[in-house]
Design a protein around this ligand. Structure first.
Ligand code: ADP
Ligand code: MG
Length: 464
């Protein structure tokens, strides 16, 4: 296999580069599509990582015919980079932590308890896999996170990057990984850190001349969880240091999991970092569908021993679509307000009252867009599909029902409705309305869909 790789590499790089950087590499093993190669020394490895990452990766993928992974081993005779055995390492770890602490006044790390020394994880045990509700919007990210947590030292996803907009569960998943690892592998050192906090640690350590101690401290972590790496943007120095840390950790099979509020490709950081970040797996969190929002809100209510009537939950979830933190905030505020006014039940008027302060841009009036969106969501389709020319039965039905509801709830003319649905002519609209009217009496699926959509849309109407 390595010979195959060399063939591809030879085609891509100059003869001199080949002789200098690839000829000395020795293949060590190939296990589960993971190729381990041995390089003469650390600088050699760094140079390869810096300049030939893509070449190596592409040649490996080509030779395997499927995405593979690459591990380096540095010639053990010349340099020792592998961490020593666990118990010894932990001994070292204590010294380093204490050293760092002694040298750094106001050190943010506090060693909890006496007993066995451990790196304080900064984890919030409120966030676990158990209370993370899975849905289409998050299942890839959730399952990748779980896979890493199950087997942090042999993860295929290194680094794992979870990205998505604010309030969709990135930080939750990061803590969940940490908490899970802490439970399953109590002797692994887990550290959760925000990218901003990391920068702050560096700045502090520079002030107290203890950057080396800080870094060796970080390097002893087994699972590094970095939240909000978009905060590295515009921080050249932090990026440089993080780059080195990243390489050392990854080289030593330490798991790195990061979150970001945008896809890595859109992240304005040094190219070498960006390419590293793309080595593993990127999984995104998208906006949850109505039923997932319902499940999450219901779960939060249950965990807080709050009785939340279904119609109130539906009302909230129908309107709050983009941010789970907001969903939760509304629930919490309702509970608080109820406490103040002594009101017994969480009801829709209270929900409206609270939501007004949370959401400014809520639709006050039923528009064709709202209807199209509601129908699309109901049938699990894109709005664009509904407007398209597709003749798939389910899409056609969704389109006809949307037209019907637009006619019912808004005062658009037939001609206008045709326009709203991809420029159909007015006879098509008439035919659609007629079809739905007929199906309404005969077809249970349509009957149910109409009833549910009607309710949703009316909830959306309200005076607010
Ligand atoms: P982010 O870091 O992406 O901005 P958070 O992880 O802080 O978002 O999540 C915001 C809130 O939403 C948290 O309270 C979190 O528990 C909750 N949350 C997000 N997704 C889920 C989910 N799938 N199941 C349960 N709670 C969730
Ligand atoms: Mg967050």
């Amino acid at each position: 296999l390595w010979n195959k790789c060399l063939l591809t590499i030879g085609e891509t790089v100059s003869g001199q580069a080949f002789d200098t950087w690839f000829a000395p590499i020795r293949p060590v093993s190939l296990v589960d599509n993971e190729l381990t190669i041995q390089v003469p020394h650390r600088l050699f490895y760094e140079w390869l990582e810096e300049h030939y990452v893509e070449v190596l990766k592409n040649s490996l993928n080509a030779a395997l015919g499927t995405p593979g992974r690459l591990q380096y081993r540095i010639n053990p005779v010349k340099t020792k980079v592998r961490t020593p055995s666990l118990s010894r390492r932990q001994g070292q770890l204590t010294e380093q932590v204490q050293l760092t602490q002694a040298k750094m006044p106001g050190n943010p790390f506090v060693i909890a308890g006496v007993g066995r020394p451990r790196i304080p994880s900064n984890l919030d045990d409120k966030y676990t896999f158990t209370n993370f509700v899975e849905g289409d919007c998050n299942s890839l990210a959730r399952n990748a996170a779980k896979a890493v947590a199950d087997n942090p030292t042999q993860t295929a996803f290194n680094p794992l990057v979870i990205h998505g907009c604010s309030g969709l569960g990135k930080t939750h998943l990061l803590h969940a990984i940490g908490n899970y690892v802490n439970e399953k592998y109590p002797d692994k050192a887990v550290l959760f850190v925000g990218a901003d906090t990391f920068t702050q640690h560096l700045v502090d350590s520079i002030a107290t001349n203890s950057t080396n101690e800080l870094l060796s401290w970080y390097q002893n972590v087994d699972i590094l969880l970095v939240d909000d790496i978009q905060q590295l943007v515009n921080r050249k120095k932090t990026q440089d240091i993080f780059f080195n840390l990243f390489n050392v950790l990854r080289q030593n099979n330490k798991a790195i999991i990061m979150t970001c509020d945008r896809p890595i490709i859109e992240l304005d950081i040094e190219e070498r970092l960006r390419s590293r970040f793309q080595w593993g797996l990127s999984a995104d969190l998208s906006e949850p569908a109505l039923e997932t929002r319902m499940a999450i809100l219901t779960c939060k209510a249950m965990n807080n021993n709050v009785e939340l009537p279904t119609e109130v939950a539906e009302f909230i979830c129908f309107h709050i679509q983009h941010n789970i933190r907001q969903l939760e905030g509304i629930l919490n505020t309702m509970v608080m307000k109820r406490g103040i006014t002594g009101q017994e039940k969480l009801d829709i008027p209270l929900a409206k009252d609270v939501m007004r302060s949370f959401v400014s841009d809520i639709h006050r009036e039923v528009t064709p867009e709202i209807i199209q969106k509601a129908v699309a969501e109901h049938f699990d389709l894109d709005v664009e599909k509904i407007k398209s020319t597709t003749r798939r039965r389910q899409v056609v039905l969704a389109r006809q029902i949307s037209m019907f509801l637009v006619k019912q709830h808004t005062n658009n003319s037939l001609k206008n409705i045709g326009k709203l649905f991809g420029g159909r002519d007015h006879s098509t609209v008439i035919y659609s309305l007629k079809t739905v009217e007929d199906l309404m009496d005969t077809n249970d699926e349509v009957k149910r869909a109409l009833a549910e959509l009607d309710r949703k849309i009316r909830i959306g109407k309200g005076e607010w």
